[in-house]
Design a protein around this ligand. Structure first.
Ligand code: UDP
Length: 310
């Protein structure tokens, strides 16, 4: 197939590109590199890279079978650094990519997020839960952009009969996350390897559930083969407090870092854990990589990226 992927040079996008190329597809990766990196993409005869903002009109010659819309800054530090870009890529970028799919009679997948649940009052979160989002919080730029992108994707499905799919991605980690990207796993591994203080926000009792990027990619591939138009949670249901995560990473890296406490960011969700019943039923999918196994792989990747010898 000939597949367009936006955010193709990003953390998740580039892993998807690799997988699709390994399956002999033709891939067109689009990225404006505001958070993605061209180094994440390896030269390949079946890969074309277009450096552009997907908020600008997207012109692709020839047939397209799939449009996968994975472009967006997604780290909470980006919410204050790149708020307008996030709102634009979730709204204008989603409309442009839907238009591309419609024009090419291609199938379409939206990468949505667990952030649509906001600071959830239901636990764990099922796809039917409608969320608890404060539209005026700093996080709202991402949460509301993704809520809009889901609404417009379903509108194209209902009104234009576009064959659309939507995934809600829960916390994901793995190689190619930028050490400075601000998210918790990348930050704690970087801090631990450099023996710098590990910065736990709040009292560290807030929880998250972390999936390895290879599990997520597997879920995406499965959904491409199943015609299902409602959102599907993709995440690992094993829930940890952030303080537990800090201790686990400190131990796995043999770090001398001390754990310090920092202020909790605006609207930081207290608990997050996916209910993956739907993914199990529809995709026959569940995560396979344990937290410790995934962390060990990522620690090795960071050691080599940061040229740390042990
Ligand atoms: N966090 C932390 N220290 C950091 C970065 C993040 O304690 O240096 C916390 C953050 O406040 C949140 C959790 O870790 O409670 C997960 O944060 P992340 O930025 O990875 O993503 P989120 O799930 O909040 O979107």
């Amino acid at each position: 197939m000939r597949i367009v992927i936006t955010g193709g040079a990003g953390f998740i996008g580039s892993h998807l590109v690799d997988k699709l190329l390994s399956l002999d597809h033709q891939v067109i990766a689009i990225d404006n590199l505001i958070t993605g990196k061209s180094e994440n993409l390896n030269l390949h005869k079946n890969l074309t890279f277009i450096e552009q903002n997907v908020c600008d009109y997207i012109e692709i010659d020839g047939r397209v079978d799939w449009v996968l819309h994975f472009a967006s800054p997604a780290s909470p530090t980006d919410f204050t650094r790149l708020p307008i870009q996030i709102l634009k890529v979730g709204s204008i970028g989603t409309i442009n990519t839907l238009g591309l799919a419609k024009g090419k009679k291609a199938k379409y997948m939206l990468a949505s997020t667990s952030e649509v649940y906001g600071d959830p009052l239901e636990h764990p979160q099922k796809e039917t839960y409608v969320g608890n989002v404060n539209p005026n919080s700093e996080r709202a730029v991402y949460d509301e952009a993704k809520r809009f992108s889901e609404a417009v994707t379903l509108a194209y499905h209902r009104f234009h009969h576009l064959d659309t799919r939507m995934i809600r991605i829960f916390n994901t980690f793995g190689p190619r996350m930028r050490p400075e990207d601000g998210r918790v796993i990348s930050t704690f591994i970087y801090q631990s390897l450099m023996n710098k203080p590990i910065t736990v926000n709040g009292d560290g009792t807030q929880t998250r559930s972390f999936q390895h990027v290879s599990d997520l990619v597997d879920g995406v591939l499965r959904l491409m083969d199943v015609e299902y138009h409602n959102p599907i949670n993709l995440g690992n249901p094993n829930e940890y407090s952030i303080l537990e995560i800090a201790k686990i990473i400190k131990k796995l890296t043999n770090s001398k870092s001390e754990i310090v406490f920092a202020p909790l960011p605006d609207a930081d969700p207290k608990r997050r854990r996916p209910d993956i019943t739907r993914a199990k039923e529809i995709l026959k999918w569940e995560p396979k990589v344990s937290l410790e196994e995934g962390l060990l792989k990522m620690i090795e990747y960071y050691k080599s990226a940061l040229q740390i010898k042990t």
